[in-house]
Structures are given as C-alpha cells and as structure tokens.
Design a protein around this ligand. Structure first.
Ligand code: DGY
Length: 323
C-alpha cells in the first residue's frame, strides 16, 4: 500500500522531518517560505494530511477548495485560532494540536519577559552595548523588584499554572487569577492562588498582569483602554499568549502616558508586523514569538504531531483531536 502523502508548510526540527520522511510520502518546505493562500489550497488538494503551524492562516477561504484530498490537519502548536475549526469540520477534516509539551518552555519565557521588563534587562544591555555606561552609581537604571509582588493571571490553564508555580515557589509572589473556566481547587492547591470574580479585580490588584487566555473572537482586545486604565500605574503587562488579546494602539497610548509601567510581549496583533509605537518605547520588551522556541520543545511538538498523524492513519482517534 502506498504511504499517505503529507505536506509540511514550514521547516520543522530536523529530527522530526527525518521521521516524517521515513514514515510518509512527505513534501517539505525546503526554503521555509510562508505559504500563500493558493499554496495552502494546493496543499489541501494534493496531500492526505497538511501539517500547518500557528503562522499559517487556515481560514474558511483556504478551506473552501474544490476537490480537497486532505483528511487531516496536524497543526504544530498548541494554539488553534489560526484555523477555522468550524469550516475544517464542515470540510470533513480532523484537526489536531500539540498541548502539554510546550507548557514549561512557554512558562519559562513568560517569566523571562516579566524579569526582563521589571529589571530593565533589555534596556540595560542596549545601554552597555551603545557605549553609554559610565560606571556603577546608586541611582543608575533602577528597576522594579519582582520577589514578593502580586502576579495576576488572566486565564488559569496549563501554562498559567506553570507560570504561577515559578512565580510562587521561585519568587515568593502572591498569585491571583481570573478564568471563566477555573481549574479544580486540588489542581492548584500548592499555588495558594486567589480566584478573582472578574478580570477587573485582577487588574486592580496585580503588580504584574500575565495573559494566558486563547486568542480569537472571545478575547479580541480584552486588554484595551479600559483594562489598561484599571491596572496600577506601577503594573507591568506580560503577553505570551496571543497578540490579538491586546489592542496594541491602546497599549502604546497607555505606555506613553505612564498609565502602566511597562510591557513584555512575545506575541503581536499582526505578526510579524509590530506596532511602530512599541518599537520606540524603552519600557517594553519585544520578542519574536519565542515561547516554545527551544530545541527540546520544538522536537517534542513535532513528535506530538507525528503521534497524532500516526494514530489518524492507523484508523484511531488522535490524542489531540480538536474536531
Ligand atoms: C503555540 O504553540 O500556540 C505557540 O504560540 C507557538 O509555540
């Protein structure tokens, strides 16, 4: 029997590409270019499974192709707001993601953003490299202490809980959170976290607000002018979730007016475009969507996709089936 045909939309960890090439009739994206709508549609016409990443927009338009051959989308990433799941389901596709394997890695990066912005690490490095450092002095580049402060989490899923564990146990931070679907008390008992009835309650108390909700319609611009005004003027906003949760124009205004103290951002509304106002500010830390970007995690994510497609083509229900 011939092997199922796969089209992989971007370069993946080399060990994972090797496994895919061995087990399947695999078409890789040798030059790693982002695929256009037409290329994604061709992929759906020509492969049994298409393996997109979180930067491929698999919209209803993309999925509206005639003569679709694909039966499965094995997405490389935990977030799935880049895929129109209803349209995919209507087109008869099985869709999977890669939960769990990137939890710790992303939580590490959220803490890195928090520490970097509070302790002015990026700013300090730029200062030194620019040859501006004239030596130690008591008032030089004073930042904000992290230990013992209050961390407010918007969303209390796996990644938020991993951030909370680092913050509570490593930095003695007090944890507060809001989640419309809160976790079971026993799952977070060791965090001594306080549940807030609304996001506003979190904004009012937190020294650091860290976003851990999914992107998409439900949370679009959750952090806009009102939310930013509700935060303490000394607070820092951290986003390692999805860019569209923040109204970037409102954030720039809030930062310029000193309504909040700073922001650490790994994700943006219109990636890879970053609001020009953010680029001008010193009190922001900007990273190019690196949450899961370690060798170990990217390999684990790819292997989780392999597990899902292996199950699918063996006639089983993949472990991470979304629809
Ligand atoms: C995801 O998986 O959703 C991240 O944004 C990329 O790792």
């Amino acid at each position: 029997m011939s092997k199922p045909k796969l089209i992989v939309t971007r370069r993946w960890h080399p060990d994972v590409e090797a496994v895919l090439a061995e087990r399947y009739d695999t078409q890789l994206n040798a030059d790693d270019h982002p695929m256009s709508v037409a290329e994604l549609q061709d992929a759906l016409r020509n492969a049994d499974a298409v393996l997109p990443t979180v930067s491929d927009k698999v919209t209803a338009e993309v999925l509206s192709v005639d003569n679709m051959r694909a039966k499965m989308l094995g997405s490389n990433g935990v977030g799935f707001n880049h895929i129109d799941l209803e349209a995919a389901k209507a087109a008869g596709l099985t869709v999977t993601n890669t939960p769990e394997v990137l939890t710790d890695c992303t939580a590490d990066l959220a803490m890195a953003l928090l520490l970097t912005v509070a302790r002015r690490v990026g700013e300090g490095e730029r200062h030194l490299r620019n040859g501006e450092w004239t030596g130690w002095r008591p008032t030089h580049m004073m930042g904000t202490s992290v230990t013992g402060k209050t961390l407010g989490l918007i969303g209390m899923g796996r990644i938020a809980r991993a951030v909370a564990a680092r913050a509570a146990h490593g930095f003695n931070m007090k944890i507060i959170y809001h989640d419309p679907f809160p976790p079971k008390a026993e799952d977070i008992a060791d965090l001594h976290a306080t549940q807030c009835a609304s996001p506003e309650e979190v904004y009012a108390q937190a020294d650091f607000v860290s976003l851990h909700c999914p992107g998409g319609k439900e949370t679009y611009h959750l952090i806009g002018t009102d939310a930013l005004k509700a935060m303490k003027s000394s607070a820092f906003l951290i986003n390692s979730a999805r860019g569209d949760v923040i109204d970037e124009a409102a954030l720039v205004t809030a930062l310029e007016n000193g309504e909040i103290a700073g922001a650490g951002l790994d994700v943006f509304e219109n990636e890879p475009v970053v609001h020009p106002g953010l680029l001008k500010l010193e009190n922001v830390v900007l990273l190019p969507h690196l949450g899961s970007a370690t060798q170990e995690t990217r390999k684990a994510m790819g292997m989780r996709v392999v597990e899902n497609i292996d199950a699918f083509f063996a006639g089983q229900t993949p472990r991470d089936k979304l629809v």
